[in-house]
Structure formats: C-alpha cells, structure tokens
Ligand binder design. Sequence first.
Ligand code: FAD
Ligand code: UDP
Length: 371
Amino acid sequence: MYDYLIVGAGLFGSVFAYEANKRGKRCLVIDKRDHIAGNIYTEDVGDIQVHRYGAHIFHTSNKEIWDYVNQFATFNHYINSPVAVYKEELYNLPFNMNTFSKMWGVHTPKEAKAKIQSQIDQLNISTPKNLEEQALSLVGTDVYEKLIKGYTEKQWGRDCTELPAFIIKRLPLRFTFDNNYFNDPYQGIPKGGYTAIIEKMLEGIEVQTSTDYFELIKEKPALAKKIVFTGMIDEYFAYQLGELQYRSLRFETEDLPEENYQGNAVVNYTQREIPYTRIIEHKHFDFGKQDHTVITREYPSEWEKGSEPYYPINDERNNTLYEKYHALAQKEQNVIFGGRLGQYRYYDMDKVIAAALEAVKEEFSEDHVFG
Ligand code: FAD
Ligand code: UDP
C-alpha cells in the first residue's frame, strides 16, 4: 500500500510528491495523459522548447517561491512583453504609456490620464459590477473597445458584462513606458524547459502515465492510505451537485522553415472576428537562434466532457457551486484536493506551488516547509 496516490503529474501533484518523498513517504503519481508535467509540459522540437499547452512564463513576487523553484532549474532573464494586433494597428501590452501614445498621440502621463478620465467621465460607473465596467473604469472606452472587449469575449465565450471584474485586474495598468506584462520582481523561463523541472521533482518516485484515476481506483480501491487529487473536483464527485464550467483551448502548432515569424514570443489578436486569441513563437522565450521556428495558435472553446478543462470560470454561479463541492471535499478525510482543477481557481504557477506547499505543511503538521 502506498502512503499517497497522487492524481495528476502537474505542478501541484509533483510538488506534493517531491515533499512527501523527501519525508520518507511512499508515493505513486499517476496521470491520464501520456506524459508528466500537466499544463506546463514542454518538449524539444528541433532544439526549440515548445510549450505544448500555451505560453508559460514564471513570475512571482514571493522570494521563497522563487528560491524554491530555482532548486529545480536555472531561469533565463525573459521578460514577457506581448504585442496586441487590432486590425492594422499594433500596440504594446500591458496598458502603459507606449500603448497610450500609440492610441492617442499623447506624450506625457498627465495627457494620458486626462484622456482616459475624459472617457470615464462620460460613463457614470460607480462601483464596477463586472469585467466590462471594471475595464472601462480603469482605461476608458478606446482601450476597452480595441484591446479588451473582442479578446475577452472570445477567450471566455461570454459577454464582458457576464464576467467577473478580477480577470482584467490580472493586467497591470501603468503610466510609464514599461512593457513588462507582470509587476512581479522575479520572472523568467527555465532553461531546458518546464518538463525538466517536473522530472527532477519526480526523481525516484513511481510514476504511471496514461492512467486514469477513476479506472484505477475501481480495480484497486485500497491502493493508498491517502489521495492527492488534482483533477476536476466536480468529476471526483460524479457531478452530483451539477457541472462546473470550464474554458477549453485548441492549440494549432506549425514548424516553419524561417528564422523569425513574428519578432516576439506572444502576439495577441484582439479583434473578435479572428478565431484565435494569440500566436506564440516559442523560440523567443529563450532568445533562440535556430534556422526554423515553431508557432502555436491558441483557439478558445467551450469545455465539454472529454476535452481539456484549462480554465475555471470563476463567476458567481460557478463559485457558489464550487463552495458546495468544497464542503463535500472537506468531509473526504483521506483526500487532499489541490491545483487549478481541484481547487477550481485561476491559479498561476507560483500560486500552485504555494498552495501545494501549504498542503504539505498542513499534512505533515509543520510550521515551515521551505529550504
Ligand atoms: P495541471 O497542470 O492541469 O495538472 C493536473 C493533471 O491532472 C493533468 O496533467 C491531468 O491530466 C491530470 N488529471 C486530471 N484528472 C485526472 C484523472 N482522473 N486521472 C489521472 N490524471 C488526471 N501560469 C503562470 O504562472 N504563468 C503563465 O504564463 C501561465 N500561462 C498559462 C497559459 C495557459 C494557456 C494555461 C491553461 C495556464 C497557464 N498558467 C500560467 C497556469 C498554469 O498552467 C497552472 O497554474 C499550473 O499548470 C496548474 O498546475 P496543476 O497541477 O494545478 O494542474
Ligand atoms: N486580456 C485582454 N486583452 C489582451 C490580453 C488579455 O482583454 O490582449 C484580458 C482577457 O480577459 C484575459 C485577461 O485579460 O482573459 C487575463 O489575461 P492573461 O494574459 O493573464 O490571460 P492568461 O494568460 O491567463 O490566459
């Protein structure tokens, strides 16, 4: 019998497995996919690290998490600075003085603020109730119409008035000429890719890929004393309270015989009519000089059973339903639910590591888990 059966070889499951193994526990890690690393899986294509499940940039403001992840990899100095394409126009992201000067010809922060304020004044929004009102009351009408509305509606498949305000607050808004997509002081891409991080975490631990939990547990119900479950929490409970909603994606990848396709790692297409949200050119994450290039178009789609649930949709309806599943989860004494799907949260990688270390701390009744 294993001490822990860890369902999901993604970041949450792997951090937990690494820490449990370090404490002498016997773990089995399984994943229904045919590879480890979950959504941070990268693979080598002609010497280019391809992010199979979309662009992954590690960023954090937590020094302890940064030190923790640096045990497993050396990070480069990549700073994410996406470009947005709207019709024939190109803009820098996130919303900053470069964006505003291109949009309105303004030169100073004072002029940019005045322009935004003049648009906000016409709107009469007191407390923003949804993503549309939040975006409008931060950046005004022009930026919303050109850079947010179309992108957001195709990304989420919902009207901006039906989406929670917090989603747009992920993006910085600043009045300096600074195209860094994140405010966090620590940022980079691991040299050699993310899969190598997970391989290191899982060194010396039994791993079975192409193994679905629900099938395995039917055959071997007494396989482990405890389960760490990082799949969909509603699926774990056989959808007994109803289905949570997720957003799925389709990735279309091409290996092109040219050196430089778009000149940047991430280019967003903010027009509603273009079916993909962004094109990733993987070599630019690592300043690659190869004589070919690999690009990936990201097409959002509604999740249905059998497709991959990439994003939880944390609106009121889903959060309320999640709370009910969470209450059920708390009664499952020998199961720890974790990660983006197990906790139904729009977590970035640093937050997933923090949540996994928190689970370790609780599980092993320790005050401190770093180092
Ligand atoms: P996952 O990686 O999803 O791992 C869960 C694993 O469980 C999966 O491999 C799945 O196959 C397996 N599983 C599920 N059910 C079962 C079952 N029944 N049996 C067996 N196995 C099962 N974060 C950042 O910090 N920076 C970024 O730039 C960034 N970009 C992103 C871009 C995209 C397109 C997406 C979707 C996410 C992005 N993220 C980013 C978030 C990041 O991917 C997550 O925070 C992280 O990968 C979540 O790890 P996890 O272990 O919770 O989940
Ligand atoms: N967003 C937007 N325009 C863009 C990029 C992002 O309106 O060009 C909005 C969109 O609603 C998106 C959210 O900002 O879902 C968060 O963007 P982020 O890049 O953090 O999304 P992720 O990488 O998690 O998909």
